[in-house]
Design a protein around this ligand. Structure first.
Ligand SMILES: Nc1ncnc2c1ncn2[C@@H]1O[C@H](COP(=O)(O)OP(=O)(O)O)[C@@H](O)[C@H]1O
Ligand SMILES: [Mg+2]
Length: 420
């Protein structure tokens, strides 16, 4: 490292540390920040408050099922309500305990139960116990503590889809064997159709009460953004038009407050990096592009091996100026690519299925075109820019070896044949 490098970094760090021109407190825009005010959720907060209020008078409260699209404030609202409940209960000396588990993150029934036990101050080994045993311990410790326990099971939809609803069934029945304690369940789902997956007995028990969180509209999202912006940014940094644009873009995408806040945060970062003083619409547009780019990278990285190969084949076709190919062309390139890597190839039928999947995911464009009396054929092209494909696959374990590879079918003559 030269002295110069050190100086450059010193300047960057110093600028970063001293730069107070845009953010006052960027943590306020993080996903896990729970705001003290939740505009446009007053009705849901009041309703939940009424449902849980009996706990303060030593009575069990009803189970609740909360649902709404992602980013509609379900997690923020329940955390806010539970915090207020805990404060009030300790003020009154009521024996109330609350526990929050994100089931998607916990991943398995075992870990959800372990989490619930931890909340009740009981440690369970990571592995080694039978699930029934863990459940018995949970029931025993709950009974011993003589409390009214509210267990919130967030993102329960993904969990039930992957793991079934046995645990929910057990939890809805646990009160039958408790004398000194009671449990109330709050299930939260991003997906309404999830109800169809539940055993009717579980559904009727969990859904004693239901609360719906509908998507926010653009004007509601603006209020949410302004509420946060005052804490996050210095005065006069944020332009009205930037907030309107963040809100409009997020409203178009199922009224997702998380999306709106992400746009605002990234727009702030873009502004800071550009050493500008005001967050404008242009910065929001740049933020949108960056988020979109990151999202594409994420999707490309997570594809399964053969989907990656298929997508890369379309990329190679594009590189040889074949901008809309038919399945047969793609298959030809794909098969050669598999041979080069030494991986067994799938059948053309399977590859055709993968193309359809990639089309549904918005990574490929497949449109049917008529060929007159020869019937119809599918023309396939990349639906995303080429840069993220190149970027991700130059880092991919298999595809990185193909950087200078041109399939024979795409060398001069072959490509002419395919281009037709
Ligand atoms: N009414 C609101 N007021 C302020 N912030 C909100 C509101 N609704 C949602 N948010 C914020 O938007 C983000 C997403 O909300 P979240 O509760 O996680 O949504 P969900 O759980 O429905 O997916 C969080 O950062 C949250 O704090
Ligand atoms: Mg949530």
């Amino acid at each position: 490292m030269t002295i110069n490098d050190a100086d450059t970094l010193d300047i960057v760090f110093e600028n970063f540390l001293c730069n107070t021109s845009v953010f006052k407190d960027r943590n306020v825009l993080r996903h896990d920040y729970v705001p003290t005010k939740l505009p446009h959720r007053e009705a849901q907060i009041r309703f939940l408050g009424m449902i849980i209020a009996p706990l303060l008078k030593a009575a069990r409260c009803s189970n609740v099922f909360i649902y709404g699209k992602p980013g509609t404030g379900k997690t923020a609202v329940i955390k806010y309500v539970l915090k207020r409940l805990t404060e009030k209960a300790s003020e009154l000396g009521a024996a109330v305990q609350v526990g929050y588990v994100n089931c998607r993150l916990a991943g398995t029934q075992y870990r959800v139960l372990t989490r619930l036990c931890e909340i009740l101050h009981t440690k369970i080994p990571f592995t080694g116990l039978a699930q029934g045993e863990v459940f018995d311990r949970f029931r025993n410790v709950l009974e011993k503590q003589e409390v009214l326990f509210v267990a919130v099971l967030d993102e329960i939809d993904e969990f039930v889809k992957n793991r079934g609803d046995d645990l929910l069934y057990e939890l809805t029945r646990v009160n039958e064997s408790l004398k000194n304690s009671k449990i109330s369940l709050v299930g939260i789902s991003n997906d309404l159709s999830f109800k169809n997956l539940l055993d009717p007995r579980v559904l009727s028990c969990l859904g004693e009460e239901e609360v719906v969180f509908r998507p926010y509209n653009a004007s509601e999202l603006q209020d949410i953004l302004w509420g946060r912006a005052d804490l996050a940014f210095h005065d006069n940094v944020l332009s009205k038009s930037a907030v309107s644009l963040c809100a409009a873009l997020a409203a178009a995408e199922h009224g997702d407050a998380r999306r709106a806040l992400d746009l605002l945060r990234v727009a702030g970062e873009v502004t800071e990096r550009a050493e500008s003083q005001t967050i404008t619409e242009r910065h929001v547009r740049m933020a949108e592009e960056r988020i979109e780019h990151d999202r594409t990278l994420q999707t490309l990285t997570n594809l399964t091996k053969h989907s990656k190969f298929v997508l890369y084949s379309v990329y190679l076709l594009g590189k040889a100026k074949v901008h809309s190919a038919i399945t047969g062309d793609i298959y030809e390139v794909y098969a050669e690519l598999c041979r080069e890597i030494g991986a067994p190839s799938l059948t053309q039928r399977r590859v055709s299925g993968l193309i359809n999947e990639l089309d549904t995911m918005g990574l490929l464009n497949a449109r049917l075109v008529s060929r007159g009396r020869y019937g119809r054929t599918k023309k396939i092209s990349l639906a995303i820019p080429r840069t993220p494909v190149r970027e991700v696959y130059s880092r991919d374990d298999h595809l990185c070896m193909l950087q200078h590879f041109t399939p024979t079918c795409l060398r001069a003559q072959g490509a002419n044949r395919i281009r037709r």
